[in-house]
Design a protein around this ligand. Structure first.
Ligand code: PLP
Length: 378
């Protein structure tokens, strides 16, 4: 089966893990710190904070920025549920915003503006499929409205400029992301005080960690805030250090695979849309396509599966998930709903080459055209 995503791990990651075991120190320590420094360098920023997941990163960002009950936060509905869940964690209210179009399936700035109220406190951008939204436009919007600007950058690791749009950004190193630590996340934040608040909140709100205490003169610590256990460990950080070195080459390889896809889709199945037709900076995290209006998506999925090609859907809109539909029954986002009804995510990972992309596009062309032929017959 040709999978939608597949992690790239091997001998170097194994050796890094063995190194941690041999060192005798497994929990957050020197390797986590080294990973944070390397991650910051890659993104041209002063520092970063490593965490247990991107979900923890989103939670601690809103927590540290003081978003809470009574506040509204603008979020895309075309995203993973964590983008909205983090708003509920801090007791604030997510306000779902429609996408721009099927070609530009990222949060629409004019729709975001239309949903602002006196309670709006923050906006969370998500770089869908890894493609970067217009930085200047979003910055000036946030400034004009006095909003905190947060990036859910789970799809966009390693892209130039990511994490520097506004106040803070959250990254994911989950197993299907562009680089992985199995589970893991990180934060980039502009203000040192925000980074320090996140650092403290990830470890129970304690004033020092276990590692600092063994090297310090006194084992005393204090707890000065209600924190969490959102730490990364040395095993994950060791994998992350190896993966980070390979990331630029991997993102470039994804760019080449994506442009191959675009050319073949245009040639073999022109009725299928490939979003982000205009070139823009990206981590090329996934390969979403939009099926023709009248295609039966389940039939297409079944036909691709029969040819051993896995596909997935990004995403079932968050506002239509039961948890959210019950809380926000009046939310309607026509563009998001149309996109989500027709979207299909094709395999895109580093185990692929020209041949496997041809296999997918040939199967896709056939799956879409069979339907067209039956319609003609009817
Ligand atoms: C994967 C993902 C997350 C969650 O990441 P975890 O590290 O699994 O918590 C959040 N937002 C988006 C857009 C994602 O794709």
């Amino acid at each position: 089966m040709l999978l939608v995503a597949s992690p790239r791990v091997g001998a170097e990651e194994k050796a890094a893990l063995a190194g941690v075991i041999d060192s005798g120190w497994l929990t957050m320590g020197e390797r986590v710190r080294a990973f944070e420094e390397a991650f910051a360098r890659m993104h041209d920023v002063e520092d970063s904070v490593a965490l247990g997941s991107c979900t923890a990163a989103l939670h601690l960002i809103l927590h540290a920025l003081g978003v809470g009950p009574g506040d509204e936060v603008l979020v895309p509905s075309l995203s993973f549920c964590a983008t909205a869940n983090c708003v509920l964690y801090v007791g604030a209210t997510p306000v779902f915003v429609d996408i721009e179009s099927n070609d530009m399936p990222i949060m629409s700035l004019s729709e975001a503006e239309a949903r602002c109220t006196p309670r709006t406190k923050a906006v969370i951008l998500m770089h869908f499929a890894g493609y970067m939204p217009d930085r200047d436009a979003w910055r000036s919007f946030a400034q004009r409205k006095g909003l905190l600007l947060v990036e859910d950058a789970a799809h966009a690791v390693g892209v130039k400029g990511v994490g520097t749009y506004g106040d803070a950004a959250a990254f994911s190193f989950y197993g299907n992301k562009n680089m992985t630590t199995a589970e893991g996340g990180a934060v980039i934040a502009r203000d040192r005080t925000v980074r320090e608040a996140i650092r403290q909140a990830r470890g129970h709100g304690m004033t020092s960690g276990t590692f600092q205490r063994i090297s310090a003169r006194t084992p005393i610590y204090d707890v000065t805030m209600l924190g969490f256990n959102y730490r990364m460990d040395e095993l994950r950080a060791a994998i992350g250090i190896v993966q980070l070195r390979k990331l630029p080459g991997w993102n470039e390889a994804r760019r080449l695979l994506t442009s191959l896809y675009r050319r073949q889709i245009a040639e073999y199945c022109p009725s299928v849309g490939a979003p982000f037709a205009e070139p823009r900076a990206s981590a090329y995290h996934i390969m979403p396509v939009v099926l023709p209006e009248h295609a039966n998506r389940q039939n297409v999925i079944d036909r691709l599966r029969a040819k051993k090609v896995q596909t997935t859907i990004h995403y079932p809109p968050i506002h239509l998930l039961t948890l959210y539909r019950e809380r926000f029954p009046d939310t309607h986002l026509p563009k998001t709903e149309d996109f989500a009804r027709r979207e299909l995510t094709l395999p895109l990972h580093l185990g692929m080459d020209r041949d496997s992309i041809e296999t997918v596009t040939a199967a896709l062309a056939q799956a879409v055209n069979v339907r067209a032929a039956s319609e003609v017959a009817a």
